[in-house]
Design a protein. Structure first.
Length: 317
């Protein structure tokens, strides 16, 4: 059984603004906005959607294949992935370009402004999937190289591999036709509520109409948990799992996707798998950066059972 995680690999420069963006933006001057925010802290961390999802899956005792591209500065990142036991054969390496770089500024209300240099993410992955098994494998197409985000859903469908489509930050560059093609036939489409509204606007389809094209819509709602809706009429609200404290929301969505995938690989129904996503996301909220949280199976179990009751057998060592 393999989990294929496609998407971005990046270095994140995470900054904190000791105020609220809205207090420094004139709403009647948005057509000529010119603002500067003096930040009071900066950290550089490993990130990117594919890397973040793979990291949290490794904490859950899974070893996904990362399908992505990286640049000449990727060596320390590769060493960190190897330390986690993650395979590197799905990562395209290019010595003539830098790995993607993300600048994220967060205010005191957890609002974020992000700037992104794509670097190696402009290169499609070249992985050949030599061990693809449609009977056991699962995939997620997360934000990354746009060509991959168009190509891989079709590839997985042709080969009978169930996949989750997660367009996220790449929504502005994906057309309505791109989105409908990728969502059509997917196991699930996962977004936050704002992104789901963007998809509906771009495609001209309602949420109910999208459910006619995918089996599940999973919508994360921040501090309010998640909403899981199925094409069969299932609609389940998944409770949030309280963190010990919110330090940085960056990467919580990717951690949620990792927990969801963990549950699906063990045969859990989508609503039950989403509970693992809520637990995984709660740990990510507690650390600055997207790959800094860590927990033991016992700690994960404790947090799950405090909200949802007994953890299904066989999920964790």
């Amino acid at each position: 059984m393999s989990i294929y995680v496609s998407g971005s690999l990046a270095f994140d420069r995470i900054m904190t603004f000791p105020g609220n963006f809205q207090d420094h933006i004139l709403m009647d001057k948005l057509h000529m906005i010119n603002v500067s925010f003096m930040v009071d802290g900066m950290d550089e961390r490993r990130g990117g959607c594919a890397g973040n999802i793979a990291y949290s899956l490794a904490l859950l005792d899974e070893k996904p294949v990362i399908v992505a591209a990286a640049g000449r500065d990727f060596v320390p990142y590769a060493e960190a992935l190897s330390t986690l036991g993650l395979p590197l054969d799905g990562i395209r390496r290019d010595a003539d370009i830098f790995t993607a770089l993300c600048y994220i500024t967060t205010d005191m209300n957890s609002n974020q402004i992000t700037g992104f240099y794509p670097g190696a993410m402009t290169l499609p992955a070249q992985y050949s999937f030599p061990d693809l098994d449609p009977d056991t494998d699962i995939a997620i197409v997360s934000p990354g190289n746009v060509e991959d985000m168009r190509r891989l859903p079709a590839f997985y469908k042709e080969n009978g591999v169930p996949y989750i489509y997660d367009p996220g930050q790449q929504l502005p560059v994906l057309s309505g036709a791109d989105l409908l093609s990728a969502i059509e036939g997917s196991l699930a489409c996962i977004t936050n509520d704002y992104e789901l509204n963007m998809i509906c606007k771009a495609t001209g389809k309602s949420e109910d109409e999208l459910l006619g094209r995918t089996l599940w819509l999973v919508t994360t709602l921040g501090a309010e948990g998640a909403l899981v809706r199925g094409a069969d009429g299932t609609e389940v609200r998944i409770a949030p799992v309280p963190p010990t404290g919110v330090v940085d929301p960056t990467g919580a969505g990717d951690a949620h996707r990792a927990g969801l995938l963990k549950g699906l690989t063990h045969g859990l129904p989508m609503p039950e798998a989403a509970k693992l996503g809520s637990v995984s996301a709660s740990f990510a909220l507690e650390k600055m950066g997207t790959q800094e949280h860590i927990y033991t199976p016992a700690r994960f179990r404790e947090r799950y059972e405090a909200v949802f009751g007994a953890l299904p057998e066989g999920l964790l060592p």
